[in-house]
Design a protein around this ligand. Structure first.
Ligand code: SF4
Length: 220
């Protein structure tokens, strides 16, 4: 397992590659960011960014979306995976925002998790990005990169990955680390064919060294 010190070295190297890592979802208001993050579960940011202009044109606020018809919302987001469930969830979440939170996005993870369609990961992303609440949201990229680098155990659950990252990384770096690891996983340490040759982290990475040795052996 990678020590605390080596984990921070790994994050620093990722940061060299992606010094200005940020979320890639488009939005104008906290409400729109919450909705975009809910829609992005198991879908690409690109697919969400394509659909949200049509959605927010008709429903820019919680008050408007709370009164929307399900059919119309489904039509506007139908290019996003799981759109039927997500359409129901964003209407219900908007109704709850209006009824319970005065139409505003709540600031705590607990309150956020009380909204339909908002799990731990979405709550972490929204609380971290909108309100600077220290959080590390573990998505597929963060989990894969953490496991390949042996920052956490291969058998770790998503919650265990999050706990391990929180133990090994200083709190003030959590939000930024989440974004940096996502870009690193999306473009360098990809799910299929990670770009191990020439990777800045190769010296720290047992998985990368194994991949390179396998390639060498196959060539011989
Ligand atoms: Fe990922 Fe390969 Fe780099 Fe390791 S060496 S972090 S597996 S791209």
């Amino acid at each position: 397992m990678l020590s605390k010190k080596r984990t921070i070295e790994a994050i620093d190297l990722m940061k060299e590659l992606y010094p200005n890592a940020r979320g890639e979802l488009n939005y104008d208001t906290p409400f729109q960011y919450l909705i975009a993050v809910i829609l992005s579960a198991q879908a690409t940011d690109i697919s969400v960014n394509k659909a949200t202009p049509l959605l927010f044109e008709a429903y820019p606020t919680a008050e408007k979306l709370a009164q929307a018809s399900l059919e119309d919302v489904m039509m506007r987001i139908k290019t996003i995976g799981l759109y039927k469930t997500k359409a129901k969830n964003i209407i219900k979440a908007s109704q709850m925002l209006v009824e319970t939170f005065n139409g505003e996005v709540p600031k705590t993870k607990k309150e956020l998790e009380s909204l339909p369609g908002v799990g731990r990961k979405t709550a972490n992303v929204v609380a971290g990005d909108l309100f600077n609440v220290p959080s590390i949201a573990v998505d597929t990229h963060v989990e894969r990169v953490s496991k390949r680098l042996r920052i956490c155990k291969q058998s770790a659950t998503v919650t265990e990955v999050e706990d391990t990252l929180m133990k090994k990384i200083p709190e003030e770096r959590w939000v930024d680390t989440h974004h940096t690891m996502i870009l690193f996983g999306r473009y360098q340490c990809t799910a299929r064919n990670p770009k191990c040759e020439g990777c800045l982290l190769l010296d720290l990475c047992a998985e990368g060294q194994k991949n390179i040795n396998i390639k060498k052996t196959n060539k011989e």
